[in-house]
Design a binder for this molecule. Structure first.
Ligand code: ADP
Length: 472
């Protein structure tokens, strides 16, 4: 894991104590202020009552006296309320208004201040979150349902070779790696993707996609270069060990063969021991060969010059013939349904190895007399598809996601007795990856399995099927 990952992002500062809580001195002051306002209001009321009394003294008419007093009071109230409203509109602070409207103005000012404080606090909090997200060492990109970039952090700019100005653009127009585009369109967002950093091919990234908000996706990219280097060291080690073992094993197998040939009693104990040793050395040789092939597939890039148009009908015919030999006395029924005009552009040696592994597995894990169907066809979407279906022992669903791991075997003893190395499907996976194809496995215990490989449509080539010449 890279160093940057091992360092946790800067922890968020604890929130400041709640400033909106009103201190007691402030509360006392505001109570004093309210009492003063009520007093002012009573004085005003008393003044207008006095005015009413004067009018009564002059006119000796109670109705007029009350009307004048109330009109005066109402007029003063409306005038003061208008001042409060004007003050609120202009955000004026401290405009002196008496009595009841003053009380309203005080309340209004307090609410405005509390609201302002809360807003400032929220802005500070948002800034802190933004800053933390920006300084996370993993690339983070928020994507809209149309795959447009809505937000991205600094690490995303560096690791994914994006720019701040790319906000609003579709990410699949900026990162054009086919595996990335395919992964992005894949509805199964739980699957991760290993990708070479678009900005720096020395860096390896691991991408994940998580649902975010109502309809957004959060793309998280982690720099796994250090992990890759470590893997490289392991791969080199395995390749070197396998390479070193190859010669001594060949010598051993050669001597064992000679000893077996010179053994006179084919029913004796020595013959049995030598046969066993020879079988085991053969098994070791197969494991070494598979390990070497796997390490080559893992460590090299497929060279375009090795790609050629392959006559699949002929290739699958040869493999089916070998499968029939492997079946021997078990007499599996091998059926071919092959579109002979459909050719595939690929690396012959690698595809031969992958298809053989899948077809031979069908034979190995299907009891004698079972049926094996090999299909080669063009899907409705125009993709060339290879499929092998058997009526064998099947696989429990929980094993399926792990089948392509090295040495993953459901039943180790059975695999060994059938001459398996536990590396066949790992080889298949790598060959398929190198051809931009994908593997789909469906199986049920005791009901057989289907291994399907779908290639991109661009790898298909249409040829006129070869018609056998009529014999004279
Ligand atoms: P092996 O050399 O053991 O066959 P593979 O990598 O080819 O190794 O396959 C891994 C495991 O997957 C096998 O050990 C077997 O348990 C299971 N498997 C593969 N193909 C089939 C199949 N057609 N039917 C049932 N199980 C299978």
């Amino acid at each position: 894991m890279s160093q940057s990952q091992s360092q946790p992002s800067a922890p968020l500062k604890p929130l400041e104590p709640n400033k909106t809580a009103v201190p007691s001195s402030h509360r006392r002051r505001s109570l004093r202020l309210s009492a003063a306002r009520w007093r002012q209001e009573l004085v005003l009321l008393a003044l207008f009552a006095l005015l009413g009394a004067i009018v009564y003294g002059v006119l000796a008419h109670l109705g007029w006296a009350l009307a004048v007093a109330l009109a005066g009071y109402n007029f003063s109230l409306v005038y003061r309320l208008m001042r409060v409203a004007r003050g609120a509109r202009k955000h004026q602070r401290g405009a002196i208004v008496y009595g009841l409207p003053g009380l309203i103005a005080d309340r209004q000012r307090r609410i405005r201040h509390a609201w302002g404080r809360r807003q400032r606090k929220l802005v500070a909090l948002l800034k802190r979150y933004h800053h933390s997200a920006m300084s996370v060492p993993d690339a983070m990109v928020v994507l809209t349902p149309l795959r447009e970039i809505e937000w991205l952090n600094d690490a995303a700019c560096e690791l994914l070779n994006l720019n701040r100005s790319d906000v609003g653009l579709r990410i699949d127009n900026l990162i054009r790696d086919p595996s990335f585009v395919h992964w992005l369109n894949d509805a199964d967002s739980g699957r991760g993707l290993e990708l070479q950093s678009p900005g720096d091919e020395q860096r390896a990234l691991n991408l994940r996609r998580e649902p975010y908000g109502e309809d957004r996706d959060l793309l998280i990219g982690r720099d796994v270069t250090a992990l890759y280097r470590l893997q490289g060291v392991r791969q080199d080690f395995v390749a070197n060990v396998s390479h070193e073992l190859r010669t001594p094993l060949t010598v051993l197998a050669g001597y064992l063969e000679t000893l077996l040939d010179s053994e006179e009693d084919p029913h004796g104990e020595m013959f049995r021991i030598l046969t066993n040793m020879h079988q085991q050395s053969e098994r070791m040789r197969r494991i070494v060969e598979d390990l070497l092939l796997l390490s080559r597939l893992e460590t090299t890039r497929p060279d375009e010059e090795y790609f050629e148009a392959i006559d699949m009908a002929s290739l699958l015919g040869t493999i089916a013939h070998d499968a029939q030999l492997l079946s021997g006395s078990e007499q599996h029924q091998i059926v071919m349904a092959v579109d002979s005009g459909l050719w595939l552009v690929g690396i012959m040696r690698e595809l031969h190895s992958a298809f053989s592994n899948l077809i031979f597995n069908a034979v190995k894990y299907t009891p004698g007399g079972g049926m094996i169907t090999i299909r080669w066809f063009e899907s409705a979407q125009g993709s060339p598809v290879f499929e092998v279906q058997d009526t064998g022992i099947g696989i429990e669903p929980r094993h399926i996601p792990r089948l392509t791991e090295r040495f993953y075997r459901i039943d180790v003893a059975r695999s060994r007795t059938r001459g398996g190395t536990g590396l066949g499907l790992a080889i298949v996976k790598h060959v398929i990856l190198r051809h931009d194809a994908y593997l789909h496995i469906t199986s049920q215990p005791q009901q057989g399995s289907v291994f399907q490989v779908t290639f991109p449509a661009v790898r298909a080539e249409r040829h006129r099927p070869l018609v056998a010449m009529p014999r004279n």
